[in-house]
Design a protein around this ligand. Structure first.
Ligand code: HEC
Ligand code: HEC
Length: 310
């Protein structure tokens, strides 16, 4: 299979690389000025149908994040639940015990083990950049820890996590600590423009790192149809994604699934593969795919892939 794919990728005419402008909306960075808040840091946080009461500091303990929903996932590998100080932070803190993650991190549930291990190697070698937190972890994590995390997340059943909505207007948002986009309190609305705006379905749950509910991703009107045409290779602008990412984009052999994953993450990867920030040993298979894509095409493709059932 790999040989067929490689031959296919190489026989396609070389495309001119486009110098796309960085889609800053897909790369959220904590705003220097935050909206005023009179939140008490010692307030005990609760979540529906759970007995736990935790402070913000306990929730944000990256070596022992809360497990609000043990019934939603298999028993966690130790590196997922606790990590190993000082550098290997618990995977479950950012990616959640369900592997569904947040838009500023990544949805990693149900990924092929071989793919997962390769990404950790690429973060370590620097072939893949774009996430300082992952590079720090990858430099210190052992091969055994990587394998146990990879096996754990491969065994987690992918959950429906993102609801994609086409719209002209979105809530005004800001980027809170931890690079997390949230709706501005009493902020009103603004035109979406050419952006994907991803915010929690329920802000309290997301700030609690509770996997009960995920995200709504607002996309411009028409993005889904354009994304579907591109993904199926209709315009000849790129290669049909399913050839390598499998039917319904559920992944194939060591090639990762795309369906139902957070769209801003997908845009970041398409952009970073195009501009060379992500250049692992298997990235050349994607080079031909992205070479002619504009940022708008990436947006449309990500919106479409995210809208599919994981
Ligand atoms: C502090 C937050 C944080 C923690 C803790 C964390 N990650 Fe990540 N991880 C990220 C971010 C952010 C990205 C996305 C990078 C990007 O957008 O390019 C990511 C991406 C990944 C990816 C790439 C997914 C893909 O589809 O290619 C893998 C694999 C991964 N993380 C594994 C782990 C493992 C294993 C652990 C635990 C040892 C871990 N992460 C802990 C933030 C974190
Ligand atoms: C010729 C095979 C091939 C085709 C066609 C292809 N991909 Fe890929 N894609 C790959 C491989 C291989 C990887 C993993 C690269 C790696 O291991 O670093 C990948 C990775 C990705 C990633 C990063 C996933 C992650 O978890 O970080 C995205 C996003 C992506 N592809 C989107 C697309 C889209 C959208 C299309 C269709 C327009 C497409 N790909 C078509 C082979 C392909």
């Amino acid at each position: 299979m790999r040989k067929i794919i490689l031959t296919l990728a190489l026989t396609l005419a070389p495309f001119a690389a486009s110098a796309a402008d960085k889609p800053v909306w897909a790369f959220p960075v904590t705003d220097k000025t935050q909206p005023p808040s009179n939140e008490d840091p010692n307030r005990l946080r609760t979540s529906p149908n759970s007995e736990m009461k935790l402070t913000k500091a306990q929730i944000d303990n990256l070596f022992g994040p809360p497990d609000w929903r043990p019934e939603m996932h298999p028993p966690m590998a130790d590196v997922v639940a606790h990590g190993r100080p000082p550098n290997v932070r618990a995977c479950g803190s950012c990616h959640l015990p369900t592997g569904t993650g947040h838009d500023e991190s990544a949805y990693i549930a149900g990924q092929p083990i071989e793919y997962f291990v390769r990404q950790m190697r690429d973060f370590k070698s620097g072939a893949r950049t774009g996430a300082a937190s992952m590079q720090t972890i990858a430099k210190d994590i052992t091969d055994d820890e990587i394998l146990s995390a990879a096996k754990y997340f491969a065994s987690v059943k992918p959950l429906q996590w993102v609801r994609v909505v086409e719209t002209d207007e979105v809530p005004k948002t800001y980027i809170s600590p931890g690079n997390k986009r949230l709706a501005l309190p009493d902020g009103g609305v603004e035109p979406i423009g050419q952006r994907i705006i991803e915010i929690p379905e329920d802000e309290n749950l997301v700030l609690n790192r509770d996997p009960l509910k995920g995200f709504v991703a607002y996309v411009p009107k028409g993005a889904l149809a354009k994304g579907e045409a591109l993904a199926k290779g209709v315009e000849g602008k790129t290669i049909a994604c399913a050839i390598c990412h499998g039917p319904d984009l559920h992944g194939l052999a060591d090639i990762p699934p795309l369906a139902g994953r957070t769209p801003n993450y997908l845009v970041r990867q398409l952009f970073m593969i195009q501009d060379g920030e992500r250049a692992g040993p298997q990235s050349p298979l994607m080079a031909q795919v992205v070479s002619k894509l504009s940022v708008e095409d990436m947006l449309d493709l990500a919106a479409y892939a995210s809208s599919l059932a994981p």
